[in-house]
Design a protein around this ligand. Sequence first.
Ligand code: ADP
Length: 582
Amino acid sequence: MTHPLVTYRVVCAQNQRNLYHRVGNVAREDSVLSTMQDVPLLISRILTHGSTVHGSSRVTTWTGEPEPHRRTFAEIGARAARLAHALRDELGVRGDDRVGTLMWNNAEHVEAYFAVPSMGAVLHTLNLRLPAEQLVWIINHAADKAVIVNGSLIPLLAPLLPHLPTVEHIVVSGPGDRAPLAGATARVHEYEELIAGRPDHYDWPELDERQAAAMCYTSGTTGDPKGVVYSHRSVYLHSMQVNMAQSMGLTDQDTSLVVVPQFHVNAWGLPHATFMTGVNMLMPDRFLQPAPLAGMIESERPTHAAAVPTIWQGLLGELTARPRDVSSLTQVTIGGAACPPSLMAAFDKLGMRVCHAWGMTETSPLGTVARPPAHAVGTDEEFRYRVTQGRFPAGVEARLTGPDGAHLPWDGESAGELEVRGAWIAGAYYNGPDAEPLRPGDKFSADGWLKTGDVGTISPDGYLTLTDRAKDVIKSGGEWISSVELENALMSHPDVAEAAVVAVPDDKWGERPLATVVLRPGASADFQALRTFLAEEVRIARWQLPERWTTVESVPKTSVGKFDKKVLRRQYAEGELEVTRL
Ligand code: ADP
């Protein structure tokens, strides 16, 4: 049988050729050849650069002990080489074998990030918050040969092993009871013993830059997980974009607190980007609760941090209850879900400037960044730009498509589905063993653009404003209501900690909004007061105001910390929510 990754590459190559034919971009034999060197853009080159030119930059891993663990980029480079030797010589990792990681953000995970793709194999980051059956499905779909696991996650992995026939090796790193692995048929190795005494240097192969480097499955917020396979080239180009001043723009004077998990779209590209520029990384490991996060900001003094909005909501609550010195942290990247303007304003007050960004697993993830245009800086307009999803960087092309397939103007008003194209945007999903050959499905347009499933507008000056995910839009009597707009409005009320709005069936209108709110302790507002607030303070149109309301202790979250609207819709359908009708 043809190997699935080979099938994937062939199909991608075919797609690319078709695309070239369509745009008439076929190389002519008599054309002048460039005189530039054709050096493949490889992850091994990022590693070599980071561990030499920026050899003294550091990865600091939080341990929960008084002293965190510190390792320089030079040490990471040497240990990545040792790990690659071990994977090849001891575990027999060859060609494009997949090596899974079930790990928190820490130095060893960074080592795997570089060792596995640099040796030519494929790193498969596993989302440790997925339900067991989805993890099993993903590991089997990717046919992982080995899994590197943090000791603290053995209780999660061990019960899955009987269902993982392709996994021949388990490599355990860090503290945690090994006992649950006792009966495993896969060979169990200790990370430190495995890499000890091996050479500090590895002759990294000169790979094809289009070869698979890493894979990540979408977290399935709106359906089954789908595998996205990044190439060396896409990772390299994306890292350069992350480093640009209009993206994160960090330097070796910065320390980035990487809260976004390494299993969530490569921690938004930070491990690769930081090795290009020498940015120090502060890794929280398993200490992701608001109190330890506040503690590590106070003691390690990072200048930048990146995470989804729910993490920042939690941190804000912690800092309000127990103020700390967080003055070092001046730049915060928020993405993965819409950043409520109220959250942005609250962080601004603390001196932490929020930069809002949009992306997806399929876009590596950097798709837009909301840096205001020069003319708006320092004016009243600035905030308005900052709460949009932002501008597309060079390298990401965008268009909006209406329901009839027509492309819509960038006029800030015409709303349609966002489609994107670019060198770090997926052109297909990984189908895996026994799958049918890939065809353009409903996630890709016939001419090869990624259909994001996100609905919004683009202003004449190129700022994207997302109003919703296509699946979350509330279709009420032929008009669309934005669930995100209602949520942001509700979360701007001082008594509301969290709010999620979903569409529920309605006999008269087809669908109507259900508002689910989490009230702050001691809150006095009731549903009627919140409805009046929406109507009179925020000036939401009357026909958009929810009449169905419910409270919950906390909004259900997905495996990457987003509001899980699938769960809310199901809970409503099954009558599990106590709903008040106004
Ligand atoms: P999943 O699809 O499982 O949630 P992803 O992390 O790939 O996993 O999610 C990408 C989606 O997250 C986008 O399509 C979009 O709907 C949402 N998203 C990401 N960033 C933002 C943002 N800044 N504003 C609004 N939505 C966002």
